[in-house]
Design a protein around this ligand. Structure first.
Ligand code: PEP
Ligand code: CO
Length: 456
């Protein structure tokens, strides 16, 4: 890693999960165009987020990151975007209640279009085609034309990201007045949930606080607090990320202006690989997924490469082990990072280690496993004296049936009712809100009884 960094230095390293385009000339033309188009986000927003993540690493804020596993061009419509924003906002209110800290809201949106895949190809009825890799690379249909990577889709992805972000910025600036009032939240499911009375108390309490503040101020709450949303996606397609990697006036360094918080996936975090090379040089706060194959030595080396100056807020480690593996894998990693004197923000992704395939071949996750991993994450951090400073979910604001369980007790048979994801299963509106209520419950209990669970 001693070679100097530049936005193209990753090209000399082995890059996993990259796309082979049949026509390089078209790709070059598209990338040239992307290089000239305006950025999606600004460096001052990126720096604001970094400052907030630094506070989260010290336990003064809490990160909520969530959205689709894979956004689709079809879903770049007002309703799904507004629904996603609304569920994240409601979850954030519930989490504020639980942890009594400001919550940083980061969407997996406005650019989450490229996916890593476990197999290069997919075979159906004897026909083998390239795997589907997300809407900015190829199409989910199963024909040769659908699966051939098309560089124009990168431009379509950039444009969809702009359209999504433009709408989000508009909604965040002007709308949402009603959302501060939980009466509008569609909370029927609470009656079926595991702790209905407690949830009703939480929700009532949020409503009372809002009314109190509005009465004090003499005007609606949305005029008092401008909600902030930041964007994030997996920085997988390095040509695409490079095209938006820019210098900006009066700041040093290079910014990836495709998203505020790009992250490295668990499959592309090889220390000598192209993704780590690209990410080490950008000035953004960055995330890195950490799965069961990570060793403590490797993690310390990776943290050193990605954050040599030990800048607070620079690096968020998003651990995703699965409910059965977290207790074994997480403690030595936390210990190693601490021993190395490194500041990181620890965030739990309870989705990606808990994916299972049903007998009929549907990819799903159980609500109990997701909750189980989250609870264990809180326990582990608590026991070793570390801080779990954030959570990372795959969710949608709609009524899909992709994960089993939750207050309505969705079964494997129910999955076919409204399974829409082309890639990973997401929590639906009710499951997402219930998760936030359970996390808030957990955090508020921890505040009241500081001893480790089981010892208080
Ligand atoms: C994802 O976040 O959709 C993903 C592929 O995660 P991971 O890199 O943790 O497997
Ligand atoms: Co996913």
């Amino acid at each position: 890693m001693s070679e100097p960094w530049s936005p193209v230095s990753w090209q000399k390293k082995p890059a996993k999960q990259q796309v082979v385009y049949p026509d390089c000339e078209v790709l070059e033309r598209v990338l040239g165009e992307l290089t000239r188009l305006p950025p999606l986000v600004t460096s001052w927003e990126v720096e604001t987020l970094k400052g907030q993540l630094a506070e989260a690493a010290r336990g003064r804020r809490f990160l909520l990151q969530g959205g689709d596993c894979s956004e689709t061009f079809d879903d770049c419509r007002p309703d799904p975007i507004a629904a996603k924003l609304k569920i994240l906002l409601k979850m954030s209110f519930v989490l504020v209640y639980g942890c009594e800290k400001q919550v940083i809201r980061v969407g997996r949106f406005a650019g989450q279009y490229a996916k890593p895949r476990s197999a290069e190809t997919e075979t159906r009825d004897g026909v083998t085609l390239p795997s589907y890799r997300g809407n900015c690379i190829n199409r989910p249909g199963f024909t040769e034309a659908d699966r051939t990577p098309d560089p124009q889709l990168l431009l379509r992805g950039y444009e969809r990201s702009c359209l999504t972000l433009n709408f989000i910025r508009g909604l965040v600036d002007g709308g949402f007045a009603d959302l501060h009032h939980p009466e509008q939240w569609d909370l029927d499911f609470v009656n079926h949930a595991s702790h209905p009375d407690e949830y009703r108390r939480v929700i009532e309490s949020i409503g009372n606080s809002v009314r109190f503040m509005e009465t004090m101020a003499g005007r609606p709450l949305d005029e008092l607090t401008r909600v902030e949303f930041f964007t994030s996606h997996e920085g997988l397609h390095l040509d695409y990320e490079q095209a938006q990697t820019r210098r900006v006036p009066r700041r040093t360094g290079w910014y990836n202006l495709n998203a505020h918080l790009p992250w490295i996936g668990d499959r592309t975090r090889a220390i000598d690989g192209a993704h780590v090379e690209y990410f080490r040089g950008i000035a953004n706060p960055i995330g890195c997924k950490v799965g069961p194959s990570m060793t403590p030595e490797e993690l310390v080396e990776l943290v050193e490469v990605l954050n040599p100056a030990n800048q607070p807020g620079r690096l968020t480690l998003i651990h995703r082990f699965g409910v059965d593996q977290i207790e074994q894998h997480l403690p030595p990693l936390i210990e190693a990072v601490r021993r190395a004197g490194k500041v990181v923000l620890w965030c739990c992704d309870p989705m990606h280690g808990n994916t299972v395939t049903t007998a009929s071949g549907i990819k799903t996750r159980s609500f109990d496993d997701i909750l189980g991993e989250l609870n264990r994450a809180f326990d582990v951090h608590h026991h070793v004296g570390s801080i779990l400073g954030g959570v990372h979910f795959e969710l949608t604001g709609e009524n899909v049936t992709e994960c089993t369980g939750g207050a309505r007790g969705l079964t494997e048979e129910d999955l076919e009712l409204a399974y829409k994801s082309d890639v990973d299963p997401r929590l639906n509106y009710e499951q997402a809100l219930e998760t936030a209520l359970l996390v808030a419950r957990r955090m508020s209990r921890a505040r009241k009884s500081p001893l480790p669970p089981g010892e208080g």
